[in-house]
Design a protein around this ligand. Structure first.
Ligand SMILES: N[C@@H](CCC(=O)N[C@@H](CS)C(=O)NCC(=O)O)C(=O)O
Length: 169
């Protein structure tokens, strides 16, 4: 099962029609290199405009389309955006644990990530970040949790019902 990127999850949630073109990043085609300023995926083409950086793409989709995913309250909305940034840093941490050569390093990195999970656990209202309704912050975390679920199947130390009861739900 592929890990769905947050921009794609947002497109699907909002019921927006889209076409997706996958790029081999080991051998990126010329058209992609010309379109993507940072030479990274994802990018979103809207008419003749290119939007890049997945968080920015999601914010654009949120502003331009219905099925709102951010809370109405400006303070809550800003706080959600802060946690989206936090989620981005967790995503990188979760990637780095998979490239550790030594078992000890893997466990240490996992513990560092768990300390961040403890912070999420404290703020999370469950079942979703803001309570009953799914929001953009949940979608932002989804690629990381999809990815970590695969790792947890190999090494079941990532999710703990005792330590992270709300995250588990
Ligand atoms: N902050 C960027 C990160 C995007 C990113 O790192 N994409 C990776 C794939 S997951 C990539 O395109 N890497 C190609 C490269 O760095 O050359 C975003 O969220 O859009």
């Amino acid at each position: 099962m592929p890990v769905r990127k947050k921009a794609e999850v947002t497109l699907r949630f909002k019921g927006i029609e889209y076409e997706i073109e996958y790029v081999d990043l080991a051998k990126p085609p010329e058209w992609f290199l010309n379109m993507s300023p940072l030479k990274k995926v994802p990018i979103l083409q809207v008419g003749k405009h290119i939007i890049f950086e997945s968080s920015v793409i999601c914010e654009y989709l949120e502003e331009a389309y219905s099925n709102k995913l951010h809370p109405n309250d400006p303070v809550l909305r800003a706080m959600n955006r802060s946690w989206i940034e936090f989620g981005n840093s967790c995503l990188w941490d979760s990637f780095y644990i998979t490239v550790k050569n030594e078992r000890e390093e893997f466990y240490q990195s996992m513990e560092d990530l768990h300390i961040k999970f403890d912070q999420i656990e404290k703020i999370l209202k469950a079942p979703f970040f803001n309570g009953k309704r799914i929001s953009l912050v949940d979608i932002s975390f989804s690629p990381m949790f999809q990815f970590l679920t695969y790792i947890n199947d190999l090494e079941p130390i990532i999710f703990s019902e005792v330590r992270d009861p709300k995250i588990i739900t």
